[in-house]
Design a protein around this ligand. Structure first.
Ligand code: F6R
Length: 258
């Protein structure tokens, strides 16, 4: 399968690639990840990926698993850092992002489990701050994130950096807004069961990545993507607008999301 994106003009320095449907979008993102993994392996170095959860990247992970099984794509040189985890949340809970990553990627490829990292949802409130600093240190010690994959929330959040988040923010405990908890309510079986807090990489942590790929799929994301790309100056009202200040950010969008 070949994907031929329509190249859109740059929006505030953000390159936009538009694809016919969600499948082609996911295929193109998987290809980008595969070529980075192979390029770094050929150079004899590790590849550090920043990963996202949510419905948007699921087909990307499925395609990477397929390439591992059928095309010999190896994850032996890959280290991962996920954006976020609910708090409080046990790793074993099926709603945890730890479980999500095992289900969709880690259980199906040859990644070294000790090279996979997510913020912990089970540290106590007293330990959260120290845990967040340790997470930041681990990212730095790994050499920094080569490519960060992002989805976008209807509030304009990236990671769980809800409106009000500043471009200086680092990994920390945040309160989730109602729209975000509502969007998760179905999978949790009701909004009352959705945690009120999460630990997320900050905007500044995300902007430290060498390259950033944001995926947007479906009509439900169209308004927020428009606002991110074209409206006003970067602002905490739409945290994703801070991506405009990053020198290597591209948006991979399907037609419905543009
Ligand atoms: C997930 C994350 C969130 C999601 C966003 C979109 O790790 O950090 O920012 O990317 O909420 O979620 P979906 O893809 O379910 O629409």
């Amino acid at each position: 399968m070949t994907s031929s994106p329509e190249q859109e003009p740059q929006f505030h320095g953000i390159e936009v690639q538009k694809f016919a449907d969600p499948r082609e979008t996911a295929y193109a993102v998987a290809s980008k990840i595969e070529s980075l993994i192979r390029k770094r392996r050929d150079a004899g170095v590790g590849c550090v990926l920043g990963l996202a959860t949510g419905s948007t990247p699921i087909p990307v992970y499925a395609e990477l698993v397929r390439r591992h099984r059928e095309d010999g794509l190896s994850f032996a040189n890959v280290t991962t850092f996920n954006l976020d985890e609910y708090h409080p949340m046990d790793e074993a809970n099926r709603h945890s992002y730890h479980a999500f990553m095992r289900r969709h990627l880690f259980d199906h490829v040859d990644i070294e489990r000790s090279n996979t990292h997510l913020p912990s949802g089970s540290v106590s409130r007293q330990e959260v701050q120290e845990h967040c600093s340790e997470y930041e240190s681990l990212i730095k010690e790994s050499g920094g994130i080569d490519m960060q994959l992002l989805g976008i929330g209807r509030t304009g959040h990236i990671g769980f950096n809800e409106p009000g988040s500043t471009p200086e923010s680092r990994t920390r405990l945040v309160e989730l807004v109602e729209i975000t908890r509502n969007d998760a309510a179905d999978s949790f079986g009701g909004i009352d069961k959705v945690p009120k807090y999460a630990i997320t990489m900050g905007i500044s942590t995300i902007l430290d990545a060498k390259e950033i790929v944001l995926m947007g799929i479906g009509q439900g994301k169209r308004d927020i993507i428009r606002r991110t790309l074209v409206s006003g100056p970067p602002s905490s009202d739409v945290p994703a607008t801070f991506l405009r200040g990053h020198s290597a950010t591209s948006f991979y969008l399907d037609k419905a999301a543009v």
